[in-house]
Design a protein around this ligand. Structure first.
Ligand code: IPE
Ligand code: IPE
Ligand code: MG
Length: 253
């Protein structure tokens, strides 16, 4: 039987970093960008960058679990990414299955719970089934929640939420008077999640690209030029450090 090696030891971590969980973002969202450019720089096909990016995902999941982050949401495939060449789309959509094939046992033994947000119905069956299997296998875990944003688009999410809400109003399950931000949030894919405290985008671009438009209203942003396959625990901890020094005012003084 193989020995289970936990991602980290809580006491060791607290001693080495000298920070309390109170300073750690509860929910981190990441736009994992720059795979194509990473490959191009090396004279490789773009898909080589996507494949290399898979191991970064695992490294960052481990780093987030070590730091006691509660939720990690990874932008994996956007509703706009269908515009890419068919072969690239196919490769990207095969990666969740490959990732889970390699890492699911370790994720399970480290108490990670897997979830997904986005329009799952329009994904290839093999992608959807791999994710659904992982969700089902990890649903009783109560450690880090790892959310894959797959076929995710912020505007579609808001429109779908509105459709469901109007339908509930039609069925008298909810009245217009009851509608407020909290009630509306419950119709989003992220219904049960806190809003992200920190958004990280790798790869140098400074835009949202249709990610979590509603949920990022008061999120702290951290950008880096480092391309996703080169992103490591070092930069992740740097982002956390900077987050700890931010003053969040939410419109106050
Ligand atoms: C991000 O890397 C991964 C996905 C969008 C799936 P890109 O493929 O966008 O890489 P660049 O931005 O072209 O370098
Ligand atoms: C955002 O990256 C989507 C994902 C990382 C999944 P893109 O590379 O698609 O974003 P744009 O096209 O540069 O805005
Ligand atoms: Mg990109």
């Amino acid at each position: 039987m193989s020995m289970k090696i936990p991602f980290f030891n809580q006491r060791q971590l607290n001693n080495s970093l000298q920070v309390s969980d109170q300073d750690t973002p509860e929910h981190i969202a990441i736009v994992m960008d720059g795979n194509g450019r990473w490959a191009k720089k090396r004279g490789l096909p773009r898909v080589a960058g996507h494949k290399e990016g898979v191991s970064t995902v695992f490294k960052i999941v481990k780093a987030a679990a070590k730091c006691n982050v509660k939720v990690l949401t990874l932008y994996t495939f956007s509703t706009e990414n269908w515009k890419r060449p068919k072969s690239e789309v196919e490769t990207i959509l095969r990666l969740p299955k490959e990732f889970l094939h390699i890492y699911l046992p370790e994720l399970i033994s480290n108490n990670v719970r897997i979830e997904a947000i986005g329009d799952m119905d329009n994904l290839p069956a093999h992608t959807r089934e791999a994710i659904q299997y992982a969700i089902q296998r990890t649903r009783d875990n109560d450690g880090l929640q790892l959310n894959f944003a797959l076929n995710y688009g912020g505007r579609t999410e808001i429109l779908n939420a509105m459709k469901k809400m109007f339908s509930d109003m039609n069925d008298s399950k909810m009245s217009l008077d009851e509608l407020d931000e909290q009630r509306f949030s419950r119709y989003l894919y992220t219904a049960d999640l806190p809003d992200p405290d920190l958004l990280i985008r790798t790869g140098g671009e400074k835009r949202l690209s249709n990610f979590l438009l509603w949920q990022l209203a008061y999120t702290e942003f951290w950008f880096t030029d480092v391309l996703w396959p080169d992103f490591s625990e070092k930069e992740f901890l740097q982002a956390l450090d900077e987050f700890r020094n931010r003053k969040r005012r939410y419109g106050g003084i």
